[in-house]
Design a protein. Structure first.
Length: 249
């Protein structure tokens, strides 16, 4: 079975109920009953994996600069919560290792999106994979239900992750499924394809499934659309609307 994982994933940890890519988001998602999360990992200036979606500050971090130009110790002092609401003022940028420990402690499965800064594709794939391998060194590579799944829009980053930690499964992210999707998945020895639900249809999903790959749809935020893509054969979906689409949808 190409998709043995949970069907509904909390996007960036907590969807619309908490500041994305923070430990607060993971806690909120868990409190809502979600046992599967998706989040983004990027490298700091000193090569430490942290949770962050945007390469440059301004949206979730009220400052100038970028993740790649900032040391991890300084990133972890930044406020990643105030932009969302005053309730989360002071919520820090978390280290990837700390989020993994939290998720493992609470039995939460992880889809780790490798999100390289421009020019850091190989380094990010390599370092995130090496650290992940160490953080899951107690888990057999055959125990895929207890290992995370890497995903990335960067084929280069995923290839680097494949070489560094071949035992951690991989899924390729695409906005619109390109003509070369099958050859890319084969080269990556991937388990799944993750695509924007807006460009999906039953025929595309069936082609992916018939080729032996899992199909994750992102980011699905209405119950009607969730029912539709799952009925088409989608295996899983990411959602921001934890209030509308439950973990056992």
């Amino acid at each position: 079975m190409m998709w043995p994982y949970p069907k509904i994933l909390a996007h960036r940890g907590g969807g619309i109920i908490a500041p994305e890519n923070t430990l607060a988001a993971m806690r909120c998602g868990h409190a809502c009953g979600f046992a599967a999360v998706e989040f983004d990992v990027m490298l700091s200036k000193d090569g430490v994996p942290v949770l962050m979606h945007d390469e440059y500050f301004g949206r979730t971090i009220r400052a100038a600069g970028s993740v790649a130009e900032t040391l991890a110790i300084d990133l972890c002092r930044m406020d990643a919560g105030t932009w969302f609401s005053a309730t989360f003022t002071g919520e820090p940028v978390p280290l990837y290792a700390d989020v993994v420990r939290f998720c493992r402690q609470h039995g939460i499965w992880m889809n780790v999106e490798i999100k390289p800064s421009k020019g850091a594709e190989v380094a990010t794939g390599n370092i995130v994979a090496e650290l992940t391998k160490a953080l899951f060194s107690d888990i057999a590579v055959t125990d895929i239900l207890h290992l995370p799944l890497f995903s990335s829009f960067s084929f280069t980053a995923l290839m680097a992750a494949k070489h560094a930690a071949p035992g951690i499964p991989r899924g390729l992210l695409m906005d619109c499924i390109g003509h070369d999707w099958k050859s890319q998945l084969q080269e990556l020895d991937a388990r799944s394809l993750h695509a924007n639900h807006q460009y999906l249809n039953p025929v595309l999903i069936r082609q992916v499934k018939d080729a032996g790959y899992g199909m994750l749809c992102y980011t699905v935020n209405t119950p009607e659309r969730a029912s539709e893509v799952l009925a088409w054969g989608g295996d899983a979906l990411c959602t921001d609307r934890l209030d509308l689409i439950s973990a056992d949808f």
